[in-house]
Every structure is written in C-alpha cells, then in structure tokens.
Design a protein around this ligand. Structure first.
Ligand SMILES: NC(=O)c1ccc[n+]([C@@H]2O[C@H](COP(=O)([O-])OP(=O)(O)OC[C@H]3O[C@@H](n4cnc5c(N)ncnc54)[C@H](OP(=O)(O)O)[C@@H]3O)[C@@H](O)[C@H]2O)c1
Length: 260
C-alpha cells in the first residue's frame, strides 16, 4: 500500500518506517520538521521514503499530502497534548485526519484504509459483562483515549476503513532506527474488541475493590516494545477483519517464556 505516516518523528512512528518498507509498502512521512526526521534516520533509510511537511491538525495539509503522494492508507501515531488529563486540543488530530481521508475517499469513490492509535482502556474488561477497562480507571488517565475512540467509532467504514489499535504502555528495544532487511517476528497475539490472553490476578477475588485493583498487575503484562508494535501494524496493514474494529495485542505468553 502507499502509506501516509503521521507522527513519523515520534517513538512509534519512526520505528514504523522500516517495518512498512520491509513489508513492501511505500512510505510518505508526514512531519512538521524535515530536519528532525533526517536527524533520526540514516541517509540510506531517509532516501527510501517520501516526505510531506504539514500540521496533523490541519485538514487541508493532510488532504494534500494524501492526494499528492497517491496514498491509499494512513497510519497516525501523531499525538497532541499530554497523555493524561483533559486538554481542549484532544481529538484535533483525529478529526482533521479523518475528515481529510474521508473527503479524498469520496473524491476517488473508494475509501482509504486508516490506522489510529488508542488506549488499552478502550477494550472490554473480560468478566465484567461488557464494561470497558477504562470504566474502572480514573477519568484523568483515560480522557485522551476516550476522545479518540469517540471520534473514530463515529466514522462509517464505507467512508474510511479504520482500525483503532488499542495501545498499552510501550518502550523501545533500541534507540537505532535500522534499515529494513525483511519482516521480523514480533511475537504479539491480537484480539478484536478485547485484550488477548487475559489472565486475572488473585486480587480480582477481593470483594468490591478486586475488580479495580486487579487492573494494575494485569495491565503491566500488556507492556510492549515499540519495534514489535511497529511490526504488527505493518504485518496487518490491510487485514480486513480489523476494519471498523478496536484491536488489542499482547506478547504471546509462550514467546515470553522463551525470551526470559
Ligand atoms: N508511548 C506510549 O506508551 C503510548 C501508550 C498508549 C498510547 N500511545 C499512543 O500511541 C501514539 C504514538 O505514541 P508515541 O509515544 O510514539 O508518541 P510521540 O513519540 O510523542 O510522537 C508524537 C508525534 O506526533 C507528532 N506531532 C505532534 N504535533 C504535531 C503536529 N501538529 N503535526 C504533525 N505531527 C505532530 C510529533 O512530531 P514532532 O517530532 O514534530 O514533535 C511526533 O512525531 C500516540 O497516539 C499515543 O497517544 C502511546
């Protein structure tokens, strides 16, 4: 696919560049600063992609980038505001980006594919009869992701074939953004609408508060490495079963025991 990657200078975005290339996709990095992008990538990697300069909160910038680079897919890892708490700007990017992509899809008579990043809290909390994980978390921790979720879920898949990847905490494996030498194993398992391989801790059985306290140790088990998440996105980029869905992931417990 021809992918517009927003947030390409960020933690996840920069690591998604080589994985997309390794999977045979074309990449246009949508960034505010070309200088910053160059400083993060080797010249070899930089020369393998196209670049578009713009503001992810500006519908026109995103529309022109998608159109001029003939993109049929976008991935947004761009982030506005603080991860926690209420911020008037929350949702600005998701709104601008989806509006631009929907417009271009309508012009072409074919919807684009789009990946948005949300939070793990948007997934169903297993064993609670359909409540979300975030319903058991403090509001200030989840405000950001709730806004993105609301905007994305309101999009008709006939207009934009979206996926909301529900991301837990992520950390880097390495500071190097390497040149791709082919797809790699990421060892992550996925599930639609719920966190895969959920294992409640003993704390869950504590009356009344167990359902809240259980989340802390269990969510820690979902921490992921940025490189693996980037690989997962590239591998599943055009996966039909993920269209119009919230998707969760976790390191395959079998793989985890091999790593340790
Ligand atoms: N990191 C985590 O543990 C975690 C956990 C849950 C969810 N997420 C979600 O995953 C996504 C990626 O996270 P991350 O840690 O990779 O984020 P990050 O490192 O903070 O990267 C944010 C990116 O957004 C770009 N950006 C900010 N304002 C922009 C604008 N006006 N126009 C264009 N680009 C702009 C930044 O560009 P500049 O370089 O120009 O500033 C940067 O490339 C985010 O949506 C985040 O909410 C992350």
């Amino acid at each position: 696919m021809r992918v517009l990657l927003l947030g390409a200078t960020g933690n996840l975005g920069s690591r998604t560049i080589p994985t997309l290339l390794a999977h045979g996709h074309n990449v246009t990095a949508f960034v505010r600063s070309d200088t910053k992008l160059r400083s993060l990538l080797t010249s070899e990697l930089y020369n393998m992609i196209e670049v578009s300069i713009g503001d992810a909160g500006n519908t026109e910038d995103v529309y022109l980038a998608l159109k001029e680079h003939s993109c049929d897919c976008l991935i947004t890892t761009a982030k506005i505001g603080e991860p926690f708490g209420h911020d008037a700007r929350l949702g600005t990017f998701a709104t601008a980006i989806s509006t631009a992509a929907i417009k271009l899809g309508r012009d072409r008579g074919k919807p684009l594919r789009a990946w948005f990043m949300g939070g793990l809290g948007s997934l169903e909390y297993p064993g609670t009869g359909g409540w979300q994980i975030q319903d058991y978390m403090a509001g200030w921790m989840t405000a950001h992701h709730r806004v993105i979720e609301r905007i994305v879920k309101a999009i008709d898949v006939e207009d934009l074939e979206w996926t909301l990847l529900c991301v837990p905490g992520m950390r880097p494996k390495s500071a190097d953004i390497g040149v791709p030498d082919g797809p790699r194993k990421h060892g992550l398992v996925t599930a639609v609408g719920r966190p895969p391989a959920w294992e409640a801790s003993w704390v869950r059985s504590v009356p009344l508060v167990g359902v809240y306290l259980n989340l802390v140790p269990v969510i820690m088990g979902y921490m992921a490495q940025l490189e693996d998440v980037a690989e997962l996105i590239a591998e599943h980029l055009d996966r039909e079963e993920f269209v119009g869905k919230l998707v969760g992931f976790k390191k395959d417990p079998k793989q985890l025991s091999k790593d340790n």
